[in-house]
Design a protein around this ligand. Structure first.
Ligand SMILES: [Zn+2]
Length: 346
């Protein structure tokens, strides 16, 4: 089950898009660069020491997963982070890496890829706390599974059974899509979502806000919007009050929509299980409607034939609409739907 928590961070990571259609042509996918950052005073005034410092820094690289270090965040201040993952730079030298970090002071949703320049190598804690690492790992894997993974670390995962591999993948997951465009909003994502492999290389996805098809490029979306017939979620409108409408979507009748919704929702829910088998679910989509169409605010899903009929599978208010009472509305609506099912059972 998901959460309707609103972000603790004062900025919810979304902003309204300006009307110009090519507004993001200059986006470079990296808002956290440190261009213009002054060089360290020690490097300018103490050239001999600078050589020593350079050597010491070079000896640390590439940083190991698990390293704790200070990282320059978007507020231009340094915050403690832990390196979760690393990968070679696409166009860098053979030993140039970027790092996926978790800010230990912040929610996991702010984890991100950073460049080496953002890290203060003088703050590196050289001893990785392996005992803590073990504890974290053991939360996800048994000792036996952990040993098997260690043994096959370099060779690959051929010797892992499916369950161990799944757990390993779970453990090493990093956020893949950084932002999405949905209707008039550009939204920063919070968590990993298992989009199909062909979307692995894009930081930004463009969603049709009505059918929830997603695309790699803005031009694809613009072409799609000229053809897309929908102006509201597929399914039946089961509630309307003022500008608010609720649509009931049967996952069996609208399989692609259900799957697209799950991909989208996982970007904002940490522990959601993705339901590829959406046939078994009903989705209730809350929309704000105007003359351009019905714009999704949030949703909840419910298993059709769960033995526990009160089972609320998932609930989400999209970030641009949070802190407006929609989460409470969704829960209240779910209670009403539950009442309908209870009556139907009697
Ligand atoms: Zn569409």
């Amino acid at each position: 089950m998901g959460s309707i928590d609103t972000p603790k961070n004062p900025e919810n990571g979304s902003r309204t898009l300006p009307p110009a259609t090519d507004a993001y042509a200059t986006y470079d996918g990296d808002k956290n660069g440190i261009d213009g950052m002054p060089a360290r005073a020690t490097e300018m005034t103490l050239p001999v020491e600078s050589e020593a410092i350079k050597k010491r820094r070079a000896s640390m690289l590439p940083l190991e997963v698990g390293t704790r270090v200070l990282c320059r965040w978007r507020d231009c201040k340094y915050h403690p982070v832990k390196v979760i993952e690393r990968r070679k730079m696409q166009f860098g030298g053979s030993n140039e890496y970027e790092y996926y970090v978790h800010y230990t002071e912040f929610n996991r949703r702010l984890d991100e890829w950073v460049k080496l320049e953002q890290l203060d190598l003088d703050s590196v804690e050289t001893v990785v706390d392996e005992k803590v690492e073990d504890k974290v790992t053991s939360l996800k894997m048994t000792r036996h599974q952990k040993r098997k993974i260690d043994e096959t670390h370099v060779e690959g995962h051929e010797e892992l059974d499916a369950a161990s591999l799944r757990e390993h993948e779970e453990f090493t997951k990093v956020k893949n899509i950084a932002t999405i465009e949905l209707g008039r909003y550009e939204i920063e994502t919070w968590y990993f979502s298992p989009f199909p492999p062909e979307y692995n290389d894009c930081l930004r996805l463009y969603f049709c806000e009505f059918c929830l098809n997603f695309m790699k490029r803005k031009e694809q979306l613009q072409r799609h919007m000229k053809k897309c017939d929908l102006k509201h979620p597929p399914g039946d409108e089961i509630y309307r009050s003022g500008t608010l409408s609720m649509f009931e979507v049967d996952g069996k009748k609208n399989k692609v929509y259900g799957q697209n919704l799950c991909y989208l929702a996982k970007l904002f829910l940490d522990h959601k299980t993705l339901y590829y088998d959406v046939d078994l679910f009903l989705f209730y989509i809350l929309c704000e409607c105007d003359d351009r169409g019905c714009h999704m605010v949030g949703y909840f899903s419910k298993e059709k034939h769960s033995e526990e009929s009160y089972n609320l599978a998932c609930i989400l208010t999209l970030p641009p609409y949070q802190r407006k009472g929609y989460g409470k509305f969704l829960i209240a609506f779910w209670v009403v739907i539950l009442g309908r099912y209870d009556v139907a059972c009697c």
